[in-house]
Design a protein around this ligand. Structure first.
Ligand SMILES: NC(=O)c1ccc[n+]([C@@H]2O[C@H](COP(=O)([O-])OP(=O)(O)OC[C@H]3O[C@@H](n4cnc5c(N)ncnc54)[C@H](OP(=O)(O)O)[C@@H]3O)[C@@H](O)[C@H]2O)c1
Length: 340
């Protein structure tokens, strides 16, 4: 259906990703992690406004602390005439709910908060069960922190599979995984993950993981697609680079007459991941959606952006480290081995 606003995008024109189940997932979603700077009410208003301009895919998580407010927005969206089946709603299991007995209740809580009777996608947010409070400093460590233990992860995954069997979720997936961890999961899963949500932006393209995920019949969903320019100070390091200030991105943006953020989104959809940019400003989230239906970037533009990868991970995950003397690189299995 169309939304009736003169500048809205017909959702039927927005590119879709075909999952291995045959389901169609819109190739762009709205992020909903307000972090310290955007309240739950503002995020919920953005969800409602984004649905009105043509978004159908919303990336939620229990840890974002706003699913109840987003639930209110979803109820108004459906009351306004958009059918539930037209929406693609994602939520995520937080790290302190990996225990077998916690997975199903945690999903039920997200469903209740969101006012839904099923989720289109439910993800294990991180492969580490280590609790840390939202908003804590990167130097914070959990006293019972552990590395990735595949047997434990599979116990969690069995409950994720159960959620599919129960009809509470249509698909399950992973987030913040690496190739070695995914190999084990793909070997042992009864229900294969349909997506892997991972950090992807022009300065952090993760080509190896991106190709691996696609080769396994999963879809890569890219978080921080604009390089998360408003992330809190605690999530920054001096080495971090700024995608929207990259001369290649800026030059393309000038030529097209758009903000550099829009170039990042356009590149993402065209390359093949599904970006989930957050914006609370109508002009911005509309521009990001428009980017998916307007004339594609040229092959030269795509090549130029491929060449500015700086392997600059922004969400390093320091809080998940489990023993003294480690560095955040240990979380990401860079030498192909799962660190213990
Ligand atoms: N799975 C995970 O572990 C994980 C981790 C991190 C994030 N995520 C998900 O990914 C989503 C996106 O990540 P993110 O929010 O950190 O970063 P992001 O989407 O890369 O950047 C968001 C920032 O970009 C600005 N922006 C967006 N569109 C713009 C435009 N067209 N022009 C100018 N500025 C624009 C927004 O400001 P305005 O509001 O002012 O437009 C906002 O400050 C999150 O909300 C969350 O859903 C998942």
């Amino acid at each position: 259906m169309t939304t009736g606003l003169h500048d809205a995008i017909d959702p039927a024109l927005v590119p879709q990703r075909r999952l291995y189940t045959g389901a169609a997932m819109p190739a762009i979603g709205l992020g909903t992690f307000g972090s310290d700077h955007v309240s739950g009410e503002e995020v919920a208003a953005a969800v409602e406004g984004a649905a009105a301009v043509g978004y159908r895919h919303f990336d939620c998580a229990s840890v974002y602390g706003n699913e109840d407010r987003i639930g209110g927005a979803l109820r108004r969206i459906v009351a306004g005439g958009i059918r539930r089946e037209e929406l693609w709603i994602v939520s995520k299991l937080w790290n302190d709910r990996h225990a077998e007995q916690d997975v199903i209740p945690s999903c039920r809580k997200s469903l209740a908060d969101l006012g839904l009777d099923y989720l289109d996608m439910y993800l294990v947010h991180w492969p580490f069960p280590n609790f840390h409070p939202p908003g804590c400093d990167v130097s914070s460590r959990s006293s019972d922190a552990r590395p990735y233990i595949h047997e434990n992860f599979m116990n969690t995954w069995r409950q994720m599979e159960q959620l599919v069997d129960m009809g509470l979720v249509r698909h399950i997936g992973t987030s913040n995984m690496t190739i070695p961890k995914l190999r084990l999961l793909l070997r042992d899963a009864r229900i294969k993950p349909a997506i892997n949500e991972m950090e992807v932006h022009p300065h952090f393209q993760q080509p190896e993981l991106f190709e691996f995920v696609r080769a396994q019949g999963m879809e890569p969903v890219g978080y921080c697609p604009i390089g998360s320019p408003a992330r809190p100070e605690r999530d920054r390091t001096p080495e971090d680079t700024v995608d929207i200030e990259d001369p290649v991105i800026v030059a393309i943006a000038h030529r097209l007459g758009v903000h550099p953020a829009v170039v990042c989104v356009k590149w993402a959809v065209q390359r093949g991941q599904t970006p989930i940019p957050l914006s609370t400003k109508r002009i911005h989230y509309l521009a990001n959606l428009q980017a998916t239906v307007s004339e594609p970037l040229s092959a030269d533009d795509m090549d130029a952006i491929a060449a500015i990868d700086k392997n600059c991970r922004l969400i390093k995950g320091q809080v998940f480290l489990w023993k003294p003397g480690q560095s955040w690189e240990d979380l990401w299995d860079l030498d192909g081995e799962i660190k213990q």
